[in-house]
Design a protein around this ligand. Structure first.
Ligand code: HPA
Length: 293
């Protein structure tokens, strides 16, 4: 069966649009010595953007200045791409992301990953704020993702596939790089931090879950719940990037803690764990950049 004309157009588009956005970023970096080839990218979730401020000699590009880039509207998401140095390492940090609940499709929300990959990045660290379902996690815990369950009722690869970007049916059995997780575990242990791992369930949001939904998620094997990350991981794996993902348990999930959930609580918790989060990322990034393929 041949593809309809409009699907062919779409498929051509995503590759070209990502390339044009990447080209634009390359131009912005062109007069900055040593920044043109970021080795690692980090996507900083709700309230976790401060890491980007620790990069040196940085070029800061608001998403609005990158062609075809989605604009983030959520509070706690600055909406800037910061490319700078962490020691000798060149890091591209996204301060904020976009979500399905802002009205973006899964494909649109993961488009920045396409752009980072076209920029030459092969290793991606995703961070997010999440609700804790596993009772072993306390509020404020940092947890590595070992796997995910996509309950967003959408997949960023739906529609025509462009083989230049990746295969039609990419595998997801090793989405969260085992070696990167070991590196993160070792870095955390060196800090005296007990870094747990868990399965992240992605829902569309923006309403938080009901207690009944959380009981369901626990039954099906989820340890964490959030509204992001999974489309980006799927697109990253589609393009062959190696992925590490880290959640900050900003609250116990609905029905497991006291009172009603709110975004202010999420931001207050990220603020409280900021220094541990920054120390862990700072220790992990150079090590995963140095890791052999
Ligand atoms: N549910 C969904 N997303 C979240 C939560 C939550 O409890 N906390 C932070 N992001």
């Amino acid at each position: 069966m041949s593809l309809p004309e409009d699907a062919r157009h779409l498929m051509h588009d995503e590759y070209t649009l990502a390339e044009s956005a990447a080209m634009n970023i390359r131009m912005a970096l062109s007069n900055k010595e040593g920044l043109s080839h970021p080795e690692v990218a980090v996507i900083l979730g709700s309230g976790l953007g401060a890491f980007a401020d620790s990069l040196h000699d940085a070029v800061v590009i608001p998403y609005g200045e990158i062609p075809h880039f989605p604009r983030s509207t959520a509070v706690g998401h600055a909406g800037r791409l910061v490319i700078g140095k962490l020691g000798g390492l060149t890091v591209a940090a996204m301060q904020g992301r976009v979500h399905q609940y802002e009205g973006y499709t899964a494909r649109e929300s993961a488009f920045p990953v396409r752009v980072l990959a076209r920029l030459g990045v092969r290793r991606l660290v995703l961070t997010n704020a999440a609700g804790g379902i596993n009772p072993a996690y306390g509020q404020g815990a940092l947890v590595l993702l070992s796997d995910h369950i996509n309950l967003q009722c959408a997949n960023p690869l739906s529609g025509a596939n462009d083989e230049r970007l990746g295969p039609r049916f990419p595998g997801m059995s090793e989405a969260y790089d085992a070696r990167f997780r070991r590196i993160a575990q070792q870095a955390a242990a060196a800090m005296g931090y007990d870094l747990k791992e868990g399965v992240y369930a992605a829902l569309a949001g923006p309403s938080y879950e009901t207690p009944a939904e959380i009981r369901f998620l626990r039954t099906i094997g989820a340890d964490l719940v959030g509204m992001s990350t999974v489309p980006e991981v799927i697109v990253a794996r589609h393009m062959g990037l190696r992925v590490l993902a880290l959640s900050c348990v900003t609250n116990m999930a609905a029905g497991l803690g006291e009172g009603e959930l709110c975004h202010e609580e999420v931001l207050a918790t990220t603020e409280r764990v900021r220094s541990t989060f920054l120390a862990l990322l700072t220790a992990v990034l150079p090590r995963i950049a140095a890791e052999q393929d």
